[in-house]
Design a protein around this ligand. Structure first.
Ligand code: FE2
Length: 495
């Protein structure tokens, strides 16, 4: 396995006994390029062509006070498949914040769990005192990878194959962009939102396939909110206003404490994709907080939206957590929050919302075949969390038409990533392809990139390829088709 070490960052982070600086969450500080990776099981299929990108959280410097895994410095990992071969590389996201801290040799910004007054400089985004570590999400738009930060940051671009840094998008607005901007592979557009502590509290925007900001409008909210994801259909964008937000009185004192208001409905904004603020239609729904949506599409008078409903968005403190981390541990535990597959239907004619629970299991971090985005689709894939931990150890495939489902469970001590769907080259069916994931095997002390054949889902990984180092866990990922990248854009083939 030829491995070229490109860089190694000298950090000061001390894992001590922090639950999210150990095991599969041990930060990685080296950057490598690797080719001809060792195949541990199965063989690399020749009918997968494209790039799997995953953003992870790798804190470099000792935190100011308590560390939250979402504070970690972003690192992008890339596994490219073509012609039965795999190449891998990883790079830190060289954010302005990380550059300043490298120069100072220490952390300059306090994290999510700390008093913002402990940050030594103004921060970024909605919170305002955090470092924009660009460590939450990644998409590919206009031929470039774009990493984003959940509290809204500037966004950082990298070449999706070489991971060479390409800076901040010139259109990045003053209030930044949230994680979970959406790429419409059929039009090449990027649709995004941001949120802030000042009125109108949210904006929605569109960047076209030529990388021009062509639309940017206010989405007025009643106050500062914490939306995390959005959804798109062929003609509409869907944004959320959920009753989980910073306590306004405490916020006035500079304290960021979230509260869930069980008697306040959830609200969904449905706006034509190039629509004005005046064209927004609001739909009310049962109180919850939605971390992630799946697909959405138009069907007659209705808009269908799939995602994960939380039964208890403000769970009780985690028992047995290290002192000071009780709240963090419970908010990272989907079993505490009760995250379940859910379908909302918004009737554009009547203005009514109907809702349906799709499965009783605790699931989140959904993926689907992007070629079926914004249209009635059949297969959804969800990740299964390890109870108590922000780690995944399995997946569920749902047939949304029949209600049938299939589950994969990894052996004890193996932890997977969010796993996007990679269509097989020449695929005819929606589920003809692979889920692509990184797996960290704690017993073996290594990480792998693995493929699950969706047609043989319950067999688990059909191919496992060793990575040159053990990677740290993180949050989001994406798949970009090789043919789309080579054409210089990210446009879906004609359907
Ligand atoms: Fe997310």
């Amino acid at each position: 396995m030829p491995v070229h070490t490109v860089g190694r960052v000298q950090g000061t982070i001390d894992p001590a006994d922090h639950p999210y600086l150990q095991g599969a969450w041990t930060p990685l500080h080296e950057e490598v390029d690797a080719t001809d990776l060792k195949v541990l099981a199965g063989q690399v299929p020749t009918d997968i062509d494209g790039v799997y990108l995953r953003n992870t959280e790798n804190p470099v410097f000792q935190a100011i006070g308590r560390y939250h895994p979402f504070d970690g410095d972003g690192m992008l990992h890339m596994a490219a498949f073509q012609g039965g071969r795999v190449t891998y590389r990883n790079r830190f996201v060289r954010t302005k914040g990380l550059a300043a801290e490298m120069e100072a040799g220490r952390s300059l910004w306090a994290g999510l769990l700390e008093d913002p007054a402990r940050s030594t400089r103004p921060g970024w985004g909605a919170h305002g005192s955090l470092k924009d570590s660009s460590s939450t999400d990644v998409v590919v738009h206009a031929g470039r990878a774009l990493t984003t930060f959940y509290q809204c940051g500037e966004g950082y671009r990298m070449d999706p194959l070489t991971l060479e840094a390409e800076g901040i998008p010139p259109w990045s607005p003053l209030d930044g962009i949230s994680a979970h901007c959406k790429v419409d592979e059929s039009s090449g557009e990027l649709l995004f939102f941001n949120y802030s502590k000042h009125a109108p509290y949210m904006h929605y925007g569109v960047v076209d396939r030529h990388d021009k900001l062509v639309h940017y409008v206010p989405v007025p909210l009643p106050g500062p909110r914490l939306p995390h994801d959005m959804a798109i259909t062929k003609h509409f964008a869907i944004l959320g206003d959920f009753p989980l937000f910073w306590d306004p009185d405490l916020l006035a004192q500079g304290k960021h404490v979230v509260r869930f208001h069980r008697d306040v409905p959830s609200r969904f904004a449905i706006i034509p994709r190039r629509g004005a603020t005046s064209e927004i239609r609001w739909f009310e729904a049962a109180p919850t907080f939605v971390l992630h949506f799946l697909n959405a599409y138009e069907e007659g008078d209705e808009i269908v939206l799939d995602g994960y409903f939380q039964d208890d968005p403000m769970p009780r403190n985690y028992e047995g957590a290290p002192a000071g981390y009780e709240r963090m541990m419970s908010y990272l535990d989907q079993y505490k929050m009760g995250t379940r597959l859910h379908r909302w239907r918004f009737n554009l004619r009547t203005g009514q919302t109907t809702e349906q629970r799709m499965d009783d299991r605790i699931l989140e971090f959904g993926m689907f075949n992007q070629r079926y985005a914004m249209q009635p689709y059949r297969y959804a894939y969800s990740a299964v969390q390890v109870p108590g931990w922000f780690l995944f150890h399995g997946y569920v495939k749902h047939d949304l038409q029949t209600g049938q489902s299939w589950q994969v469970q990894l052996p004890e001590g193996q932890y997977a990533s969010e796993a996007p769907f990679a269509p097989r080259v020449g695929a005819k069916d929606e589920d003809d392809g692979y889920l692509v994931t990184f797996i960290t095997d704690e017993a073996a002390g290594r990480s792998e990139v693995a493929l699950i054949d969706s047609k043989r889902f319950e067999e688990g990984p059909v191919c496992r390829i060793e990575l040159p180092h053990k990677i740290c866990s993180g949050t989001h990922s994406c798949w970009a088709n090789g043919a789309d990248l080579r054409e210089g854009g990210l446009l879906a083939p004609a359907r």
